[in-house]
Ligand binder design. Structure first.
Ligand code: P5A
Length: 442
């Protein structure tokens, strides 16, 4: 993509409404635009990040055996009356009436709707286990929407729902999602720590929040330092092997970890002083086991191997991709701007022409741009006629992992400079060596 054609409305000034660094940088880098209280449009740079985040989530959900569907945002209130949550949910739910005076709502979550899909089709234990997920917008009329897309009213959620014959099956489904979450956040360059959590309006008896440590996080968290070094399973992990998956969950739930709501002073005292990590954290995912809380009132049952009807045992598993885009920035930035981890970067490389209009600089940039793109790299080519200093500032602000800097002096010597955004390291490279250095995307 040529920067001269790319819709990238960069802000020179720090927006006053932004209280935390990710919100400030997302606005300054032209990733998002606020449309109302807790409501945001995603502009091209932001949308590319959001898509990368969603694709990693999707790959890991599929790997763990979940299947993607897409449910509507607007739901019928009747389903929520069946589960009993219509009255319980309170003011966070946006209630709507259609032209026939039918009660509708903008979905804050989808337990009821997916249970309705399940009960319409699945009748036998032989069709279990089943896990259905979608990535869809949600609306929650939060009392205090704040921090940009971190806590907004309309936000994107990946929500998965598992159905099993009994508790053991449901526990295995929970464990698969637990491990899928470890892999998902790890692939985004994040260290997410699973912590026992309250279940709130979703309900149930077992729940973990996945928290990344950041000074601007909304929750206070307490955990053992050991988490920082625990290994995350590789792509070859076998999700059909219950013992292997259970082993990973045991390892990741053994050390102490709790949010302030679940914190126990007595257990905390047992953690040696030097191993205590008390910090602030951002909740990027939350998983729940709630058994028959929805299947019983909504009569979602299957015939078991014993010939009897069994209400299915369920869990639900959420990740906030829009919140994640901000959380990644909280975890990875410096005073000049964003530092994207390669896996979620909106482009791989910023190709900077320091002297647009100079015949040789234009020619070398044109050739590199074409060559890198045909090798499968995503390149943002700064072909604008701005000053070099402003171009470097923009490149650092939007934080692509690599910069290739092409200037008249280097070009005369057959060279360009490459800069690693994360380390700041610079290296001079022969122009002919660039394609080899940035070969095909792994
Ligand atoms: C689990 C999936 C649920 O709603 N039902 C379906 C369960 N869980 S949750 O914890 O309430 O939300 C899941 C994730 O969604 C993100 N999230 C938000 N992101 C931005 N703004 C918000 N206001 C917001 N609320 C929730 C979080 O990442 C959360 O972990």
């Amino acid at each position: 993509m040529r920067l001269s054609r790319f819709f990238l409305p960069i802000l020179k000034e720090n927006p006053r409404e932004a209280e935390i660094v990710s919100h400030r940088l997302m606005l300054r880098a032209g990733m998002i635009r606020q449309q109302g209280a807790g409501s945001f449009s995603w502009l091209p740079l932001g949308k590319r990040v959001l898509d990368k985040v969603c694709n990693i989530i999707r790959e890991e959900q599929n790997r763990a055996g979940a299947q993607e569907i897409l449910m509507p945002t607007i739901q019928s209130a009747e389903l929520w009356m069946e589960s009993g949550r219509y009255d319980d949910y309170g003011k966070e739910m946006l209630r709507i009436t259609d032209r026939h005076e039918r009660k509708m709502l903008y979905g804050p979550t989808n337990e009821e709707m997916v249970t309705d899909i399940f009960r319409a089709y699945v009748k036998s234990y032989k069709d279990l286990p089943l896990n259905l997920y979608h990535i869809q917008w949600k609306f929650r009329d939060e009392v205090r929407p704040r921090f940009g897309v971190m806590r907004s009213r309309e936000f994107l959620m990946k929500d998965a729902y598992s159905f099993d014959l009994d508790f053991e099956g449901a526990r295995a489904a929970y464990n698969r999602m637990f491990v899928a979450y470890l892999r998902t956040f790890h692939r985004m360059g994040l260290k997410a720590i699973p912590m026992r959590a309250e279940t709130g309006p979703i309900g149930g008896d077992l729940s973990h929040e996945f928290i990344i440590l950041a000074s601007t996080g909304e929750s206070e968290v307490f955990c053992h330092r050991e988490f920082l070094d625990l290994p995350v399973p590789g792509a070859d992990i076998d999700f059909t092997d219950e013992a292997e998956i259970g082993g990973v969950v045991s390892q990741w739930t053994a050390p102490y970890a709790a949010t302030d709501e679940m914190h126990e002073e007595a257990a905390w005292k047992d953690v040696p002083d030097k191993d205590r990590l008390s910090a602030r954290g951002i909740e990027v995912g939350h998983i729940f086991h709630f058994g028959t809380k929805y299947s019983e009132p909504m009569k979602a049952s299957v015939t078991g191997p014993d010939g009897q009807e069994h209400f299915v045992s369920m869990g639900s598993y959420g990740i906030g991709p829009s919140r994640l885009a901000a959380a990644i920035i909280e975890a990875s930035h410096d005073e000049n701007g964003i530092i994207w981890p390669e896996a979620v970067a909106p482009f791989d490389i910023m190709l900077i022409n320091m002297k647009t209009g100079d015949a040789e600089c234009d020619r070398v940039c044109g050739e590199l741009y074409a060559g890198l793109r045909s090798a499968g790299r995503e390149v943002l080519y700064d072909d604008t006629d701005g000053r070099a200093g402003a171009k470097f500032a923009t490149a650092d602000l939007i934080g692509l992992p690599w910069q290739i800097i092409v200037g008249p002096r280097g070009v005369a010597n057959g060279e360009v400079e490459i800069k690693n955004r994360a380390t700041g390291e610079r290296q001079t490279l022969a122009i002919s060596a660039v394609p080899g250095r940035f070969g095909a995307r792994a």
